[in-house]
Design a protein around this ligand. Structure first.
Ligand code: GLY
Length: 393
């Protein structure tokens, strides 16, 4: 009998029910349609200057005030939806929710100003070029930089010391994310001192926050008088020596971003070291469990937020490395993570999930806070990753 040879595309069509594998363009379009529907409805849930935070164990929509470290993510996601759709409705919604953060300028101290202001005001200025956003960007960057000490060589994170903890000058890996705000403000204002603070913080973090295998501690405590490291901990992870998933995500993103903005080779090397460690440890579908060292894996919580942050960093890193094999490896991981997040296990249908996009993130498991819930930053970095993926050649 004669063999019937089918072209590869036809075989694929048969396997996938005649529709073929969804392209990344189609996937991105599908996700942004969901995002547009969900985020318009979400705005209707908000009053005053409140912003979305999560969903309670009882299934109720939970808001935050503007001081919560995540207050910039909802406006930021609205800016990303505007960037994708060019729909003026989203420009208006994004602006309205961005301006809610206006009075953060008057807060005396806040190490999260980068998260808050860069995602909201930073994107607003990037997309509109409107001068109305400039003053808030530059003023808050100066306030953030004022938390830097030349003795420790880092920006201080938390001011309050938790009960039972012996901290004098705690610095968390998350703080790498705030450095982009300093760079953007420096470019806008011409104040190179802001860049110098960002680089110093990144250099000190690179020296002290990492283990030889490129995993990172969550917190390093410094002596503010001498700059000596006092101790290293992992407050939001399984134990001090574990690899808390979101901490690893902040580290990958932070050093990738620092290489993009500064061109310093040491940051690229650090980012690739972290990336290779992650590629070797991530589960088959690319979405990490909340802590890489959990002994309950595979019966433990995933953290979609860490997966989303990593995916954005992997996309970016794949566009920055010269080595083609590494570029392909990082891009492949990003695509895998994005396809998983855009699948039915994570992406909610319009009207569900209190209008958040992604399910299954973990805020702080040791504090029994925000466990297996939607979180604004998971949505934000997911949308960002898809927009960045679209720009890849
Ligand atoms: N910056 C806080 C967190 O990642 O939970």
């Amino acid at each position: 009998m004669r063999k019937i040879l089918l072209p590869a595309a036809a075989v694929l069509a048969l396997i996938t029910g005649c529709k073929g594998v969804e392209s990344m363009e189609e996937l991105t379009d599908r996700v942004f349609k969901v995002a547009a529907a969900q985020y318009v409805q979400m705005d209707g849930r908000l009053s005053g200057t409140n912003l979305p935070r999560t969903v309670s164990p009882e299934g109720e929509f939970v808001t935050s005030n503007i001081r919560w470290w995540c207050s910039g993510f909802y406006p930021g996601s609205l800016w990303y939806i505007y960037e994708y759709t060019a729909d003026p409705q989203f420009k208006d919604l994004a602006r309205k929710n961005t301006l809610k953060l206006d009075s953060l300028l008057f807060r005396k101290t806040d190490h999260d100003l980068g998260f808050q202001m860069n995602c909201s005001y930073g994107n607003a200025y990037r997309l509109t070029g409107d001068e109305e956003y400039v003053d808030r960007i530059v003023s808050t960057a100066r306030k953030l930089a004022a938390r830097y000490s030349p003795v420790t060589g880092v920006i201080r994170s938390w001011d309050s010391v938790r009960k039972g903890r012996d901290w004098k000058y705690p610095v968390i890996i998350d703080n790498m994310m705030n450095l982009e705000h300093l760079y953007n403000a420096a470019i806008i204002s011409g104040e190179d001192s802001l860049k110098a603070v960002a680089k110093a913080h990144a250099n000190t973090t690179m020296a002290n926050h990492f283990r030889p295998d490129y995993t990172s501690w969550h917190l390093v405590d410094y002596d503010p008088e001498t700059g000596e490291v006092r101790h290293k901990e992992t407050v939001q992870g399984l134990n001090n020596e574990s690899a808390w998933a979101r901490g690893q995500a902040w580290a990958l993103y932070g050093f990738t971003m620092m290489y993009r903005v500064s061109g310093e080779q040491a940051y690229l090397d650090q980012a690739c070291g972290i990336a290779d460690m992650l590629v070797s440890r991530l589960p088959e579908d690319g979405i990490p469990y909340w802590d890489f060292d959990s002994r309950k894996i595979p019966d433990d919580y995933r953290d979609a937020s860490a997966g989303a942050i990593m995916s954005s960093a992997f996309v970016q890193l794949s566009s920055l490395v010269n080595d083609r094999n590494s570029a392909a490896k990082y891009r492949k991981m990003a695509e895998k993570q994005l396809r998983t997040l855009a699948g039915p296990d994570y992406l909610a249908a319009p009207g569900e999930n209190c209008n958040f996009l992604l399910r299954h993130s973990v805020g702080s498991l040791p504090d029994n806070s925000e466990v297996d819930v939607p979180l604004t930053y998971a949505d934000y970095y997911f949308l960002e990753a898809l927009l960045k993926y679209r720009e890849l050649k």
